[in-house]
Design a protein around this ligand. Structure first.
Ligand code: GMT
Length: 380
C-alpha cells in the first residue's frame, strides 16, 4: 500500500506513534509518505520506502496566523496525486482531520478517491478539541473520517461522551518496539548516578501542566525520606523551570534530582531505572510508561484516562488517585522493597509484551485494507 501519514513531527506522543508506525509499515514493504512541517524527530535515517514531504507555509504581511491547515491540505492533494497514495492516516484530530477532509474532497473533484483514517491520541479530544472554539469542526471532521481509531478504550468512551460521533471508533492501542526498548547493560551509567547503590526513579514527559510533574517531585521527596534514592527527569517543556525551582526548594534538593533534558536514547536511562512515576491528570494511554515497562521498569501511575488499561494494580506497579502523593509514595516504597522489586520488574516487562508492535501492526494494516475497500465500493 501507499500510505500518507500526517502528524506533528515533534517529541509529543502522537508524533512518536505515527513515526514508529510509518517505520514499521515501511519495513513490511509499504511505501510511506510523511507530510508535516518539519522532519519527524525519529525519522533521521534513510529507508527506500520512507518519504518526507514538507508543508510549505508562506508568510504574508496580512497573515497574523499563516493558514497551516490549508497549506497542509494542499500538500496532501499534491502528494496523493503525484505519489499515487491509497490512503491517508492522520494522527491527532486537530487540525489534521479537517485538512484530510478538505484534501479528500478536492481529490474527489479530480476523480481520485482516497479515504482517510483519523487516530485520536488524547489531548486532541480531552483538552483541545472539546473547547468551544474548535468543537464544531472537530466533531464534523471526525464524523467525516472514513475510519476512526483511538489509542485506548477510555479515550474512545470520552470521545463518544463529549462529541456527537455517528461512527464506530476502533481501539488500537499504542505499541512498542521490543527490539529497541529492552533492558541494556549500562552498569557504568548506574554507578555514575547512584554511587551508593541508591534506587533510581525516573520520569519522562513534555513537562506540560497536565503531567503534574510537581507531584513527581513531591512523591520522590516522600520516598527519599525513607530510603536512599535519586530522581532523573527526562524531557523539556513549559513547566520545567517551575519544577526546577520546586526541586531546589525541597528537602531532597542537591544531587538527588537531575534534569537530563530531551534525550534521543531514552532507553539507556530506562535500562538502569527501578521505578517510573506517571502522575498525569489526563493520559489517554501513556506511551512513555510503556517504554519504561519494556525496559523492565515498574510503574506508579494515576488512574487517569487509559492508564489502568496499561498498568495493572499490584502487578506491573500500582495505580493511585490523581494528586494522592501519599498513596503514590507508599506504593513506590512497596515496589522498591528489595524482596518485591525483581517480581515487579519481570511483570512490567510481561505486560509491555502485550503491546508488542508485531501484534499491533497487523491491526492497522487490516484496517487500512478494510477502509480502502469500503471507500472503493462507496465511490462506484
Ligand atoms: O500529551 C502528550 O504527551 C502528547 C500527546 C500527543 O498527542 O502528542 O500524547 C497523547 O498521545 C500519546 C500517543 O498516543 C499517548 O500515549 C498519551 O497518553 C497522550 N497524552 C495525553 O493524553 C495527555
Amino acid at each position: 500500500m501507499k500510505i500518507g501519514i500526517v502528524c506533528y513531527p515533534t517529541y509529543g506522543g502522537s508524533g512518536v506513534v505515527a513515526t514508529e508506525l510509518g517505520k514499521a509499515l515501511a519495513q513490511e514493504g509499504h511505501e510511506v509518505h510523511f507530510i508535516t512541517y518539519s522532519q519527524p524527530t525519529r525519522l533521521n535515517f534513510f529507508n527506500e520506502n520512507l518519504f518526507y514531504h514538507e508543508v510549505d507555509i508562506k508568510p504574508y504581511p496580512l497573515f497574523q496566523y499563516p493558514p497551516y491547515e490549508i497549506a497542509l491540505a494542499s500538500k496532501m492533494v499534491d502528494v496523493a496525486k503525484h505519489e499515487g497514495l491509497d490512503i491517508f492516516h492522520v494522527h491527532y484530530a486537530v487540525p489534521h482531520a479537517s485538512a484530510a477532509y478538505m484534501a479528500r474532497e478536492i481529490l474527489k473533484t479530480e476523480g481520485l478517491h482516497i479515504p482517510f483514517i483519523t487516530t485520536l491520541h488524547g489531548t486532541d479530544i480531552t483538552i483541545v478539541g472539546k473547547d468551544a472554539s474548535l468543537e464544531p469542526v472537530v466533531t464534523f471532521s471526525i464524523n467525516q473520517s472514513n475510519g476512526i481509531t483511538s489509542v485506548s478504550d477510555d479515550l474512545r468512551q470520552d470521545t463518544l461522551d463529549h462529541f456527537n460521533i455517528q461512527k464506530e471508533i476502533k481501539v488500537i492501542p499504542n505499541f512498542i518496539d521490543l527490539k529497541r526498548f529492552k533492558k541494556q547493560k549500562k552498569d557504568h551509567f548506574k554507578k555514575a548516578i547512584c554511587q551508593n547503590d541508591e534506587k533510581l526513579i525516573v520520569h519522562t514527559s513534555n513537562f506540560r501542566k497536565v503531567k503534574r510533574v510537581d507531584d513527581v517531585v513531591k512523591v520522590f521527596c516522600k520516598i527519599r525520606e525513607k530510603i536512599p534514592a535519586k530522581l532523573l527527569l527526562v524531557g523539556d517543556g513549559p513547566e520545567r523551570s517551575h519544577i526546577e525551582s520546586l526541586a531546589r526548594e525541597s528537602v531532597c534538593q542537591g544531587d538527588d534530582v537531575r534534569f537530563l533534558g530531551k534525550l534521543e536514547a531514552v532507553e539507556e536511562v530506562l535500562s538502569v531505572s527501578d521505578l517510573f512515576l506517571m502522575t498525569s491528570e489526563k493520559e489517554s494511554f501513556g506511551l512513555a510508561a510503556l517504554e519504561a515497562m519494556a525496559c523492565e521498569v515498574p510503574l506508579i501511575s494515576t488512574n487517569a484516562g487509559g492508564l489502568p488499561e496499561l498498568n495493572k494494580n499490584g502487578d506491573s506497579g500500582y495505580i493511585c488517585d490523581v494528586g494522592d502523593v501519599d498513596a503514590m509514595a507508599e506504593a513506590a516504597l512497596k515496589v522498591l522493597a528489595d524482596e518485591n522489586l525483581p517480581g515487579f520488574k519481570k511483570r512490567a516487562l510481561a505486560r509491555a509484551k502485550l503491546f508488542d508492535i508485531e501484534k499491533i501492526l497487523p491491526e492497522y494494516e487490516n484496517f487500512y485494507v478494510q477502509i480502502i475497500e469500503e471507500f472503493k465500493e462507496l465511490s462506484h
